[in-house]
Write a protein that binds this ligand. Structure first.
Ligand SMILES: CC(C)(COP(=O)(O)OP(=O)(O)OC[C@H]1O[C@@H](n2cnc3c(N)ncnc32)[C@H](O)[C@@H]1OP(=O)(O)O)[C@@H](O)C(=O)NCCC(=O)NCCS
Length: 164
């Protein structure tokens, strides 16, 4: 398995992985192109035999420069339950472009067991805490029916993190 930052040429493939994964909201291809173009330092793709089988997209929230906000984590169905998502998060933590990384954040719907298990596993491996707080309520989504999203924060992350 090869891990690397995404390139613009990958954008459409990322969208395809999402479209093929029934569980996720669909987004425009343009959004993935922007992420690959401008946010590659906080994103990672996993490639097997030159095929992208998983990715994580994220960014640093402007008001929380020591946080890595993970937006989407996606693994192709045939590559799941083999530790790939966890390894991609580890790579992202190593390649964090800021001076100091204190928290890994994500929003998660209450019923997303795989996602909760993933971030629990991350907290465990970093020997730190995990906390959930209400974030986007269902009514924030207006007429676009959506479960509420809780903010999941893993941290504080100790100084042991070394630059890749
Ligand atoms: C969530 C997802 C990325 C996990 O990918 P993965 O590569 O299978 O996860 P890993 O193998 O790295 O597993 C990480 C941890 O989560 C657990 N886990 C993974 N899938 C699970 C499932 N379906 N049910 C319960 N636990 C699960 C693993 O057991 C592991 O925990 P452990 O270390 O305590 O054993 C994958 O299921 C996926 O792409 N789902 C669809 C997209 C999605 O919902 N993304 C999250 C929201 S953006």
């Amino acid at each position: 398995m090869n891990f690397r930052k995404p390139r613009v040429e990958d954008g459409a493939k990322l969208r395809e992985l999402v479209a093929n994964s029934q569980e996720m909201d669909d987004n425009s291809c343009y959004l993935y192109l922007l992420l690959c173009q401008d946010f590659a330092d906080t994103c990672v793709v996993a490639e097997s035999n030159e095929t992208i089988v998983g990715f994580v997209t994220g960014y640093t929230p402007p008001q929380r420069p020591t946080s890595l906000f993970v937006w989407q984590v996606v693994v192709a169905p045939e590559a799941r339950r083999q530790g790939l998502a966890k390894r991609m998060l580890d790579v992202l933590i190593q390649q964090f472009p800021g001076e100091k990384l204190e928290f890994v954040e994500a929003t998660i719907t209450p019923d997303n067991v795989p996602s909760r298990s993933l971030f629990n596993a991350l907290a465990r491996s970093l020997h730190t805490e995990i906390n959930y707080t209400p974030y986007f309520r269902a009514d924030h989504f207006g007429n676009f029916a959506h479960d509420p999203e809780e903010l999941c924060r893993v941290g504080p992350i100790g100084p042991k993190r070394e630059k890749a």
